[in-house]
Design a protein around this ligand. Structure first.
Ligand SMILES: NC(=O)C1=CN([C@@H]2O[C@H](COP(=O)(O)OP(=O)(O)OC[C@H]3O[C@@H](n4cnc5c(N)ncnc54)[C@H](O)[C@@H]3O)[C@@H](O)[C@H]2O)C=CC1
Ligand SMILES: O=CCc1c[nH]c2ccccc12
Length: 303
């Protein structure tokens, strides 16, 4: 029988978390350092994000800014124990490097003793080389040795997950994938499989309908919901917040980013907005299914 699905959001000390299958919990909203901040000094943005209320930071070796992510964390003045820090293993692991030794390098750059979550950034190269199982075994070592509190994957589809689960001692805690209404249909088999195995989904690119593909079929629906929520709360609620609320209600962690404090405040306010109705959720998904858009990893899918 499939295990009970534990990723329902819960609120504690005014913060909303998503429970993971290993007993740990992650703040529902993560601040990304991989799109606008890719290859840049992220220290000031990270420190500002934390001071604005963000507690979950999403990094990666491939973003070439782990050192400044670490500096931003220190500069924020918020104790390490109150933060949730994620990094990811680069897609190409040079000969003589393992996921574990790569994490040790990342930790040095970050200036930290452990990360809360360590992810394999992408399965495609390792799958081609037949190394997915070997990588996962080394990921398991990082958790067993306390270098990572939780371990997971990113951009994994059902076959990649099935491959590592054949020998896994630890089931991935999370799978970070592109997720918004225009890719939901394509992602559904992955979402279903992850739900069955109690693997939490983390979304990136979640604001695609407002930030990258405006004018698409979900626009009228999310605008109408934003208007309803604005009236009901007496504050201005926008369509981007509606998209994040949709993800959160599905038990999905949202990774977003912005250099603007007002955008970060908007994102943080989402968890306390009133819920979308079942009909509203259905309308977003129905309208979203009328357009397919993948923003990231297009090269892999030939789209
Ligand atoms: N694992 C992976 O392969 C990937 C991970 N990521 C992670 O996710 C993070 C966030 O990714 P994004 O796709 O940038 O997030 P996103 O889809 O949330 O977009 C963020 C952008 O939306 C804008 N925005 C916010 N609210 C808006 C509104 N109401 N109207 C219009 N625009 C609005 C922001 O200013 C920002 O430029 C990255 O920095 C990275 O950490 C991103 C891509 C791939
Ligand atoms: O994380 C988002 C984009 C990105 C940058 N470098 C890599 C490597 C492998 C997968 C995704 C990415």
């Amino acid at each position: 029988m499939a295990p009970a699905f534990r990723s329902r959001p819960f609120t504690s000390m005014a913060q909303t978390f998503i429970s993971l299958n290993d007993g740990n919990k992650a703040p529902w909203l993560g601040f990304g350092t991989g799109t606008a901040l890719f290859g840049k000094d992220a220290a000031e943005s990270v420190s500002t994000a934390i001071q604005t209320g963000i507690r979950h930071l999403d990094g990666a070796q491939a973003y070439v800014n782990e050192d400044s992510l670490g500096k931003g964390i220190k500069a924020s003045g918020i104790p390490r124990s109150e933060l949730y820090v994620v990094t990811k293993l680069r897609e190409t692991v040079p000969a003589g490097t393992t996921p574990k030794s790569a994490l040790q390098e990342s930790l040095k750059k970050l200036g930290l003793d452990y990360v809360d979550l360590y992810l394999i950034h992408s399965p495609f190269k390792a799958a081609q080389e037949g190394k997915l199982k070997e990588w996962w075994a080394s990921m398991e070592e990082t958790k067993n040795e306390g270098l990572a509190k939780s371990i997971g994957v990113s951009n994994f589809y059902v076959d990649h997950l099935k491959t590592i689960l054949e020998d896994a001692k630890i089931v991935p805690a999370a799978n970070q994938i592109e997720l918004h209404p225009y890719i939901l249909k394509a992602a559904q088999p992955t979402l279903d499989f992850c739900k069955e195995r109690d693997i939490v989904i983390e979304s990136y690119g979640g604001l695609t309908p407002v930030a990258r593909v405006p004018g698409g079929p979900v626009d009228p629906v999310i605008t109408a919901i934003a208007e309803r929520l604005s009236k009901e709360t007496g504050t201005v609620v926008n369509s981007g917040q509606v998209l994040s609320k949709w993800l959160l209600q599905k038990g999905i962690i949202v990774i977003t980013t912005s250099s603007k404090v007002s955008r970060i405040q908007e994102a943080l306010a989402v968890s306390s907005l009133p819920d979308l109705t079942v009909e509203e959720i259905k309308s977003i998904e129905n309208e979203g299914s009328k357009l397919h858009k993948r923003i990231f990893m297009k090269h892999v899918f030939n789209e």
